[in-house]
Design a binder for this molecule. Structure first.
Ligand SMILES: [Zn+2]
Length: 175
């Protein structure tokens, strides 16, 4: 029994020493040997615990959230949405594309070399009266447009969240 234990333990400690950090542990081989069995005990306890709770699926240890707490949370979330919306300045729908173009001249380098294509050009695509429109922007304009589009998507998400919180307040009959 002792011989069987000391073999793998010595190998374990030797590997650790190679890392150069476990020198202080060498005086306590017993704790190293006991580690796996302690883990096994925990696994067994956890299995028993799960088995026990499966017998009583309706047993809940969580506290019921009161209506006041839910109201306060919804109000706080709406206030947070207001603050975030107020911090947005640029806003735009649509999409932005960075593209390069061929000029059509067969003697131009762009005709044979993909790296020599003209541009980049920044094209903003947007819907106007249900029709897709395009507009070319400069690099500086495109940078602001990118921010505006990101803000638009953020604002849309915030509006959705605002709707959810409003419904929560309505369901809780908030004044
Ligand atoms: Zn060209």
């Amino acid at each position: 029994m002792h011989g069987a234990d000391s073999g793998p333990t010595r190998g374990y400690r030797h590997r650790r020493r190679e890392c150069g950090r476990q020198g202080a542990r060498e005086g306590k081989p017993a704790s190293d040997v006991r580690e796996p069995s302690r883990a096994a005990v925990w696994v067994a306890l956890e299995t028993l615990w799960r088995y026990y709770y499966r017998q009583f699926p309706n047993t809940s240890t969580t506290m019921p959230v009161t209506a006041e707490v839910r109201l306060a949370k919804a109000h706080a979330r709406i206030a947070e949405i207001h603050r975030t919306l107020a911090s947005l300045h640029y806003l735009s729908s649509g999409t932005l594309l960075k593209r390069t173009k061929l000029c059509g001249n067969p003697r131009c380098r762009c005709a044979s070399d993909p790296a020599a294509r003209h541009g980049p050009y920044y094209e903003w695509s947007y819907l106007k009266a249900r029709k897709l429109r395009h507009r070319t922007l400069t690099a500086a304009q495109a940078e602001r447009m990118q921010l505006a589009i990101a803000n638009y998507r953020k604002a849309k998400k915030l509006l959705k969240a605002w709707e959810v919180q409003s419904l929560r307040l309505i369901e809780l009959n908030a004044p």
